[in-house]
Design a protein around this ligand. Structure first.
Ligand SMILES: Nc1nc2c(ncn2[C@@H]2O[C@H](COP(=O)(O)OP(=O)(O)OP(=O)(O)O)[C@@H](O)[C@H]2O)c(=O)[nH]1
Ligand SMILES: [Mg+2]
Length: 381
């Protein structure tokens, strides 16, 4: 037997017992590996890791926090420029100033600069996670955050907008339709998922929770930089839940979003829903004067990829690309990612980042900043 794990050894593993034996021999963690495929994937990831390849769990966390850093630096530069311009405006010769005031331009410019400076101060950097019901939005968020926080289930559904942001202690704030706010401590005994379930989850998809929202505060480093993530109810099944999402899009600037697709849906991507939804985003953002809303910043995740039979994957991917291409302007191959969230979570719990998740993280790092730059550009105008 070789002194280090080799690819040939992994390829020859043909049953669970051979897999366990190889894992024991090379001290590969076995947790959560319940089938041959999971084991071989774990062995492959271990092989890559031992050769210094593949993403570490720490690097995966850094992806989200680095998004913010880029935004932060640009915001500081721009804020400085605004300060200087405002100071120069205020120092203008009285005669010139009088002339410009008469034209109304100085007053407007000062007011404009002040309002831009105010919006730049905002530490908000939202990433919206949207998509079909049961496509795995909540599961994907748990994966990105590296912990089980949001309830996920096939039978029940997220019924409320869940904003996840940094806080020194783990807690949630639930806002009722009548404005009453309830604080829910999430620390201590019992899992956060259990404590949150009755507030953010509905067992009957017909029930409504109109007008409510929840903010979940978690003490994790990657959110400390101001990035926050919003889990949303599935789109297209229940009109009151659709309304929650559509109202949010109409009332907020959307610079970055991840659209999750249920790849194992019979008939593939539900094109009409997708089209209505994506059109709505573009129109609303135009109406909100988010100029040049950049379609390149959207990320599409073909999730539950493990449930698509291997021999059908190429066809399903091609069909998805065609349908997405018809709904989304200038769609690039690099915006669409195939992922098994459950598979990635299983590997992540054992300290490995699966290949599909690693590719998605690279995509997030590449594409989300395009959207965030729009936020800055808007202030330049
Ligand atoms: N096999 C498989 N199951 C997945 C994957 N991602 C999520 N699931 C399962 O799909 C079901 C739905 O996942 P959720 O995360 O609740 O989906 P959601 O999009 O948040 O659902 P709603 O809130 O109802 O819109 C759960 O049973 C998950 O365990 C995946 O990649 N593979
Ligand atoms: Mg959900």
């Amino acid at each position: 037997m070789a002194s280090t794990l080799t690819l040939e050894q992994i390829e020859t593993v043909s049953d669970i017992w051979a897999g366990f034996t190889l894992m024991d021999r090379y001290a590969v963690p076995k947790e959560n590996c319940s089938c041959l495929e999971d084991m071989k994937e774990r062995l492959r990831l271990h092989y890559e890791k031992s050769r210094g390849k593949g993403k570490s769990v720490e690097a995966a966390q850094d992806v989200i926090s680095s998004l913010r850093n880029e935004d932060e630096t640009k915001r500081e530069d721009l804020s400085q420029l605004f300060h200087e311009t405002l100071a120069s405006l205020r120092e203008l010769d009285d005669q010139i100033k009088g002339h410009l005031v008469q034209e109304g331009s100085v007053k407007n410019m000062e007011a404009d600069l002040e309002s831009h400076m105010e919006s730049l101060k905002s530490n908000e950097c939202p990433i919206l996670v949207v998509g079909e019901t049961s496509s795995g939005k909540s599961s994907l968020l748990n994966l990105l955050l590296g912990q089980d926080l949001l309830p996920q289930s096939l039978l029940s559904c997220t019924s409320i907008m869940c904003k996840i942001r940094y806080g020194p202690t783990m807690r949630a704030k639930v806002k009722q339709a009548n404005g009453v706010v309830t604080e829910i401590p999430l620390e201590g005994s019992g899992s956060p998922v259990e404590k949150l379930t009755k507030f953010v989850f509905k067992h009957d998809r017909g029930e409504t929770t109109e007008g409510r929202s929840v903010e979940i505060f978690v003490p994790i480093e990657l959110l400390k930089t101001g990035v926050y993530i919003i889990d949303t109810p599935g789109f297209g099944e229940n009109s009151s839940m659709d309304k929650l999402l559509l109202d949010y899009i109409s009332n907020n600037d959307i610079f970055a979003f991840i659209y999750v697709i249920k790849s194992d849906n019979a008939g593939g991507v539900q094109e009409d829903r997708l089209q209505r939804f994506l059109r709505f985003i573009v129109e609303q953002q135009k109406a909100r004067h988010v100029t040049n809303f950049d379609p390149r910043a959207a990320i599409f995740v073909c999730n539950r990829w493990d449930l698509v039979p291997e021999k059908e994957r190429a066809t399903v991917k091609a069909d998805t690309m065609t349908k997405l291409g018809r709904c989304w302007p200038d769609l690039q191959d690099g915006q669409v990612f195939c992922l098994s969230t459950t598979g990635a979570m299983l590997q992540r719990r054992a300290g490995y980042i699966s290949e599909d998740f690693s590719i998605l993280l690279d995509g997030i790092q590449r594409l989300i900043p395009i959207g965030l730059r729009r936020k800055i550009h808007r202030s330049y105008r």
